[in-house]
Design a protein around this ligand. Structure first.
Ligand SMILES: [Zn+2]
Length: 428
């Protein structure tokens, strides 16, 4: 990031804000802590970023909507007995095989399918949710954001999705999941606090706190196995440790035993568990595509689709693969199937829009790109909408799209910069 007077101004304003209302009381522990965000700012920040965050991490899991209802019901039960029952809590299951869970300020919480399939019963699920609720209730993320905001002199939470995704070589087609997004990095003390108070909430809601001990044990075991997606996911934001296992075991002994609800949990995740081999085939397909073995990738994707034909991600990958084989008609139709199965996810619109544009179907391309942009602004959509605006002689619109695309940097950022020069507009 370039340093200029406005960055300096932001830093000054932030420093002033910290001095004004920096020291607040942690609503969970009663201890004083440092944050620049007021409670209403926290809620606003969480609300503003909840949807784009979900979009950038695979979107909601919609094959079995009952699963989200189930998880949400347990989350609300725990939130109601937390130290901040008044926050506008929301819980969503994300369609993402990486074992991860996160909380935005203000109680906006998400849990990946990849984590759910690792759990055994409802008390372990309650341990995950209770832990995330504490992060939100104790303002850990607001706190952490205060620090990173001061470092970066700007509270921009969701930026452009620019990093390459699991799609590897296919990433250029549009499904760049993303990344520029802020990710929580909690400290050791915050993790212990989240475990300990999360277990209190579990006990208050009637769950066996032993679920939190087993959860930590599972995490430690898996992190020792060093599977890279685990390290990128949950463990990056909530590092597991033997110390946490020990602390949780001691805490569990002070609390009343409760229910496990194994049967209810297993019933709720039956669909995603049954489908898991299909998601694994899809992961293998993405790896094969990353090695440019498109033939193998397509075969694996077809297998995944046969196992679960209602999964939009599988259809979108099929679209990418057909596109790479110059089968444009097949690719458009596969992207359309993805959209049918999940009409509220940005990525297939983006992929179909970029393909339509290359086929010179400018109007449908623009509709798709605008639709994708409505769910999650991306550099690719901004850049290509800019080009489409030039075709329509809408110079002002083109400038605004290219300005947005230029901020994302990289090759597309440079191309946008060049377009701005051609248009006689200077990027900010
Ligand atoms: Zn944590």
């Amino acid at each position: 990031m370039r340093h200029n007077s406005s960055t300096l101004m932001t830093a000054v304003v932030l420093a002033a804000l910290v001095m004004l209302n920096g020291c607040t009381v942690n609503p969970v522990t009663g201890e004083s802590q440092f944050t620049i965000l007021s409670p209403s700012q926290e809620v606003a920040l969480g609300e503003k970023n909840y949807q784009p965050y979900q979009q950038s991490q695979g979107g909601a899991y919609v094959v079995d909507p009952d699963l989200t209802l189930y998880v949400s019901g347990i989350g609300q039960k725990l939130a109601a007995v937390s130290d901040r029952p008044d926050l506008p809590y929301e819980f969503v299951v994300l369609n993402n095989p990486v074992p991860n869970a996160w909380a935005l300020p203000g109680g906006k919480i998400a849990l990946n399918t990849g984590l759910l399939v690792q759990l055994q019963d409802e008390s372990q699920l309650a341990a995950v949710l209770g832990h995330e609720i504490v992060h939100a209730a104790a303002r850990h993320s607001a706190n952490q954001m205060t620090r990173s905001a001061l470092l970066q002199a700007g509270v921009q939470v969701v930026g452009f999705a620019t990093r390459d995704s699991a799609y590897g070589a296919l990433a250029a087609t549009g499904a760049n999941l993303g990344a520029g997004a802020w990710q929580a990095r909690y400290g050791r003390d915050q993790e212990l606090e989240a475990d300990s108070y999360g277990m209190e909430y579990m006990a208050r809601a009637g769950y066996d706190p032993a679920g939190a001990v087993e959860l930590q044990e599972t995490f430690v075991r898996l992190s020792e196995g060093r599977r890279s997606n685990w390290l990128d996911g949950l463990f990056a934001s909530h590092p597991p440790s033997r110390a946490r296992v020990v602390a949780n075991r001691a805490k569990a002994q002070q609390l009343a035993k409760g229910v496990r609800n194994r049967t209810a949990f297993q019933r709720a995740i039956a669909r995603v568990k049954k489908d898991w081999p299909a998601y694994e085939k899809h992961q293998q397909a993405l790896q094969a595509a990353g090695k440019k073995d498109y033939h193998q990738a397509l075969a694996l994707t077809e297998q995944a689709i046969r196992l679960q034909p209602r999964e939009a991600h599988f259809w979108e990958t099929k679209g990418h693969l057909l596109k790479s084989k110059q089968d444009s008609a097949g690719a458009v139709s596969a992207y359309s199937r993805a959209i049918t199965h999940n009409p509220d996810y940005f990525s297939p619109y983006l992929s179909r829009g970029l393909l339509q544009k290359s086929l010179r179907r400018y109007q449908t391309a623009e509709q798709d790109l605008l639709r994708s942009q409505g769910y999650l602004p991306t550099q690719a959509a901004s850049y290509h909408l800019g080009e489409l605006a030039i075709r329509r002689d809408s110079r002002d619109q083109a400038i605004s799209y290219f300005n947005a695309a230029a901020q994302g940097g990289g090759e597309l950022g440079q191309a946008a910069q060049a377009q701005l020069v051609k248009l006689g507009a200077v990027a900010q």
